[in-house]
Design a protein around this ligand. Structure first.
Ligand code: COA
Length: 374
C-alpha cells in the first residue's frame, strides 16, 4: 500500500511515459511494449538506444545508422580530454562522471540549442561517449596509455577494449552487451525522475544528466552494486554468508542488492544476471562470487522473503568480467544514459513544470522575536 504520508512519493504518478513499464506484482518489465526477457535474449544495446528514442525497433538500415552514429561520437571533446587526467588523480569515479558530463556541455557542437534535433544529437553523443569517459579515467589513474575507441566494435565490445586494451572475446562482449540492455531504462527510478524534474524547468540535457548521475551515485540506487561487491569480498567464503547476513539483520542494516520499491517478486533483470553469474563462475572456474551470492540470497529469502534486485548479481557478473568495483555504478550510467536521454526528450515534448505539494509539520504561524530576546 502506498505510504499515506507521501514519503518517498510511493504510488504517485509523476509522468506519463511510453518508454518503459513495470508490473511489480508479476515481475515484468517492458521497454516500449517489448518484454525484457525477449530483449535480453535478442537485442543489442544499439537496438535498445534506437527503441527508447524512436519507440520502435530499428530495421537493418536504421540499426546500421545508429551503430555508425554512436561509433562516430565516442571521442570526448577537447575540454573534457583536458580535465580527465586531473579528475583521474583522486576523484571518485561517479564524481568524475558527473563533473565531466557537466563540463562537456561547454563544447557540445550543438551549443545551448534546445531544438528537438539538437537534443536528439546531444542524446546520441552523450550515450556514445560515456564509456570513453569511464575507460579513459581508469587507464589514466593506472598510468596506462589511452586506447582510442574502435569504430568497428559495438558499444559493449568497445568499452571492454578501451578499458583493458585487449579485444574481448565474442561471448564476454555479448554478456556485457546484455548487461547494458538490462540496465537501459526503468520507468520513474530516482535518477530518471531527477533528470525529468530538471528537464521540466526547461534546463538543458547536460544539466538533466548531471542531476541524474548525482542521484544514481547513492547507495540506495545505482551505488548498490558496488556495495554488493564489497559485501562479497568481506564474506570471502559461502559458509560465512549466513552469519554475516544475520548480524546485519540484528544491527537493522539493509542488505544491499535486495528489495525494491516496485517489484514485489523477482526483478526480471536479476533472473538474467543470476544466470550470467553462474555461467561465468563455471567458465572462469572460480565459483566464489556466485556461491557467496547464492548463500546470501538464500538467507535473505528465508529470513525476510526479500528478493534480489538488478544490482545484486550485476556485482558478481562485473567482477567476473574483470571490471574494477568502483566502475560498477559508472557502467550502470553508461547504459542508463540511453533511458535518461529518452525521458528528457519525452519530458520536453509534453512539458509541465514538476512541482509537488507537501504536508507542513512545523509550528503554527508565530510572532517575530528580536535577536536580543531569543
Ligand atoms: N535489506 C533488509 N531489509 C530491507 C531491504 C534490504 N535490502 N529492503 C527493504 N527492506 C525492508 C525494510 O527494512 C522495511 O522493513 P520494515 O517495514 O520492517 O521497516 C521494508 O523492507 C520496506 O523497505 P523500505 O526501505 O521502506 O522500502 P523502499 O521502497 O523505501 O526502498 C529500496 C526500496 C530499494 C531503497 C530498499 O529496498 C533498499 O534500501 N535496498 C537496498 C539498496 C539497494 O539494493 N538499492 C538498489 C535498488 S535497485
Amino acid at each position: 500500500m502506498p505510504d499515506k504520508s507521501g514519503k518517498g512519493l510511493e504510488g504517485v504518478v509523476a509522468a506519463e511515459t511510453a518508454i518503459s513499464d513495470i508490473d511489480g506484482q508479476k515481475g515484468l518489465l517492458y521497454y516500449v511494449g517489448y518484454d525484457i526477457h525477449d530483449l535480453a535474449t535478442h537485442a543489442s544495446f544499439e537496438e535498445i538506444i534506437y527503441l527508447l528514442h524512436h519507440l520502435e525497433l530499428p530495421n537493418e538500415q536504421q540499426l546500421e545508422e545508429m551503430r555508425t552514429a554512436v561509433s562516430r561520437e565516442r571521442e570526448p571533446n577537447a575540454l573534457a580530454m583536458e580535465l580527465i587526467p586531473t579528475l583521474a588523480e583522486s576523484t571518485p569515479a561517479m564524481s568524475m562522471l558527473r563533473t565531466i558530463v557537466s563540463i562537456s556541455s561547454a563544447q557540445d557542437p550543438d551549443g545551448p540549442s534546445m531544438a528537438e534535433e539538437a537534443n536528439y544529437r546531444k542524446a546520441i553523443r552523450l550515450t556514445a561517449v560515456f564509456p570513453t569517459f569511464v575507460a579513459y579515467f581508469d587507464r589514466l589513474r593506472n598510468n596506462q596509455p589511452l586506447i582510442p575507441p574502435d569504430g568497428s566494435l559495438s558499444q559493449a565490445g568497445n568499452f571492454l577494449y578501451m578499458l583493458k586494451g585487449d579485444k574481448a572475446d565474442d561471448e564476454a562482449a555479448r554478456m556485457f552487451d546484455i548487461c547494458l540492455v538490462l540496465h537501459a531504462d526503468h520507468t520513474m527510478n530516482a535518477s530518471t525522475f531527477a533528470a525529468r524534474v530538471c528537464a521540466a524547468t526547461l534546463s538543458d540535457i547536460h544539466s538533466a544528466l548531471t542531476a541524474a548521475i548525482a542521484a544514481l551515485k547513492g547507495p540506495l540506487h545505482g551505488g548498490a552494486n558496488e556495495a554488493v561487491m564489497k559485501m562479497l569480498k568481506e564474506i570471502k567464503e559461502p559458509a560465512k554468508a549466513r552469519d554475516y547476513i544475520l548480524k546485519k539483520f540484528e544491527a537493522k542494516e539493509k542488505i544491499m542488492g535486495f528489495g525494491h520499491r516496485v517489484y514485489k517478486t523477482e526483478d526480471p533483470r536479476a533472473t538474467h544476471l543470476r544466470a550470467m553469474s553462474k555461467d561465468l563462475a563455471e567458465k572462469t572456474g572460480d565459483g566464489s562470487y556466485y556461491e557467496i551470492s547464492q548463500a546470501i540470497e538464500k538467507t535473505v529469502m528465508d529470513e525476510k522473503g526479500i528478493y534480489p534486485n538488478v544490482d545484486f548479481y550485476a556485482a558478481s557478473v562485473y567482477g567476473y568480467l574483470g571490471i574494477p568495483t568502483d566502475l560498477f555504478t559508472p557502467i550502470f550510467a553508461c547504459s542508463r544514459v540511453s533511458g535518461w536521454t529518452a525521458h528528457v526528450r519525452e519530458q520536453y515534448a509534453d512539458n509541465r513544470l514538476i512541482r509537488p505539494d507537501h504536508d507542513y509539520v512545523g509550528p503554527d504561524p508565530r510572532t517575530w522575536v528580536s535577536i536580543s530576546d531569543r
